[in-house]
Design a protein around this ligand. Structure first.
Ligand code: DX5
Ligand code: ZN
Length: 228
């Protein structure tokens, strides 16, 4: 079997957008060339920050048809998964650390007909994925400790991306990386095996579509170059 090469996808995190005009910020970033929209949900318990919930996501749904990539930084996650599915998320990613029954969480997402994602904090070993690898569509490697945008990429996560890549093998699983992604760090993450790149501050800097377009294309170009 040949190795599937999944496309490079740029997934701006709206955590870095202007929350007073989120709908416009979502449609602008898609117009500017973003592939996915990354939605960072925080509960002030699993992570030390609070962001937004399913009602906000539902209200954003009418601004774009782009893939809504929902990153749940909440514990427990299970009681809320259905609400995020109904709000219009296309993929739902849960933290392996967020509950005792990861397999059940993944099955819950699958049963709702959504793309199934699992993510690992920087300190969590890749081995927790070994027994659920055939139950996921996406693996998200956190390259910062979750909770805030604008942090520095943790270089040790490059080895982790390589380990995930090797575990994934020929499976068509998206390998996503989140935290500190800029035009300077995206190349190394691509070379290590990631194909989906979350970027908050590196995309939502400057003002409006033209700035976002330049930011998205700088990221994409650096990733594509690293693939050559
Ligand atoms: C961190 C979030 C990230 C964050 C990325 O908890 O999961 O998605 O918004 O922000 P930057 O790209 O600024 O590091
Ligand atoms: Zn995220």
């Amino acid at each position: 079997m040949t190795h599937p090469t999944l496309p490079i996808r740029i997934a701006p995190s709206i955590l870095a957008a202007d929350f007073s005009r989120l709908g416009q910020e979502v449609s602008d970033v898609v117009e500017a060339g973003a592939d996915w929209v990354h939605l960072d949900v925080m509960d002030g318990h699993f992570v030390p920050n609070i962001s937004f919930g399913p009602d906000v996501i539902k209200s954003l749904r009418k601004y774009t048809t782009a893939f809504f990539d929902c990153h749940l930084m909440i514990a427990p996650a299970d009681p809320y998964i259905e609400a995020f599915a109904k709000a219009g998320c296309d993929g739902i990613t849960v933290h392996a650390e967020a509950g005792a029954h990861l397999h059940r969480s993944l099955q819950t997402i699958r049963a709702l007909g959504k793309k199934v994602g699992v993510t690992l904090n920087p300190a969590t070993p890749v081995s927790v994925l070994e027994n659920v690898i055939d139950d996921v569509d996406l693996i998200l490697v956190m390259s910062v400790n979750p909770g805030f945008g604008g942090q520095k990429f943790i270089p040790a996560m490059l080895d982790k991306i390589r380990a995930v890549k090797s575990l994934v093998g020929d499976r068509p699983i998206e390998i996503e990386v989140d935290g500190g992604i800029t035009a300077d760090t995206i190349g190394a993450a691509t070379a290590a095996g990631a194909n989906v790149f979350v970027a908050g501050s590196a995309v939502y800097k400057g003002d409006g579509i033209d700035a976002y377009r330049a930011n998205v294309s700088a990221l994409r170009q650096a990733a594509e170059t690293a693939r050559l």
